[in-house]
Ligand binder design. Sequence first.
Ligand SMILES: Cc1ncc(COP(=O)(O)O)c(C=O)c1O
Length: 473
Amino acid sequence: MKRYEKFADDIAELIRTGVLAPGQKVPSVRHASRTYGVSASTVFQAYYLLESRGLIMARARSGYFVCEHVRRPLPEPQATLREASTTEVDVSELVFSVLSSIRDPDTVPFGSAFPSPELFPLPRLARSMAHAVRDMDPRSTVADMTPGNHALRRQIALRYMVGGLPLPIEELVICNGALEALNLCLQVVTRPGDLVAIEAPAFYASLQVLERLKLKAVEIPVHPREGIDLEVLEDRLERLPIKACWFMSNFQNPLGASLPEERKRRLATLLARHQVPLIEDDVYAELYFGQHAPKPVKAFDSEGLVMHCSSFSKSLAPGYRVGWVAGGRYAGQIERLKLMTSLSASVPAQAAIADYLQHGGYDRHLRKLRYALESQRNAMLAAVARHFPEETRVSRPEGGYFLWVEFPEQVDSLRLFQLALAQGISIAPGPIFSATRRFGHCARLNYGHPWSLASEQAMETLGRIIRSLPGTN
Ligand SMILES: Cc1ncc(COP(=O)(O)O)c(C=O)c1O
């Protein structure tokens, strides 16, 4: 961490704990420089940073002040309902119609599932691609087929090891993105008609996979900070013949929730007791804002029941379609199914990422990416507080790039979606995240794009549209 970043964090902490109150002047540059023993330019850089994070603002000829919105930290969304039901899934039409309408590149992309491509080291990756392809052994087109490029799998295994989870390279199967890995895992452990425990709200693609495989969903509520409700899950596992769970334990899409470590451990124990496999979707694991990488549930699994799926799509190389699964006791079956389904992931793309991981400075890039995303999160939270109605609730994720916003009950987020789109702004409306079309007054907003005047104006417009809807003011 650079000096000014450390200093900015210290000031942010003073703001968070209320030592520096909203509206209060922050120490002048000269005063701060003298008191804290840092140079004036370090103080300036730190204040610019805090300004871009929406925590302080400059007033002409008066210095910097703590923003007023910090006074009104919006409440977090309410935990979702505890209903015991199993349900057929039928959301694809709605999901496709929403997704197809937000592809226009001129739309403000709050509804997007991706972070901005500007945040990725694409030129450096291109060099890795050129290098890897130039030096490629012709035999590698066969050798690097499933389970995948050995150098890449070794780099991935190394990252697991550094994260405190040593695993044999044989467990790793390279796939066409995490989504293929997740699909294969679910196919290995279920048959049509089986029950699968999923989150409510859940990533819409998981609902579509259940629908395609004719599986039934058992919805488990997710707490906005602490992740899935283990008490409800335990009850369902005791009463229903659940064949698999599909959960995100870190920065859940869409809520942003993460299971604390103790609850990850409890989840692993619970699954072991019932011998139910977990398909763990951990695509945002690298996008944490804290000091340490969060562990996956797999780190607490001693029975090989957890299939841990991830990819480089959200952290390094969107479009390369390189993901993987650490398949535990199911790795062999997943490998065979992968061979039968699509033979192999792209060999040049695997080689390029292997080269980048070895020589490209991945960790340096990740530090910058996390920092950008955290700043953008703060800017969007500040804009929500500034422009949305008082009763709005919003998540405060510690990683990833989505906010989950709960509007007043009477707001119809599908209607809001249409009205916003007509103004060139996309959002992801709540019902696409539910097997039972719930969350009609919620939406997911993407802060994965550099904050700009256009973003701020789009938030203002959204606020205006929400207030114009029947029943709001
Ligand atoms: C929660 C979640 N899981 C999985 C995926 C799919 O990842 P990939 O692009 O690597 O297939 C996405 C992509 O949007 C996602 O948001």
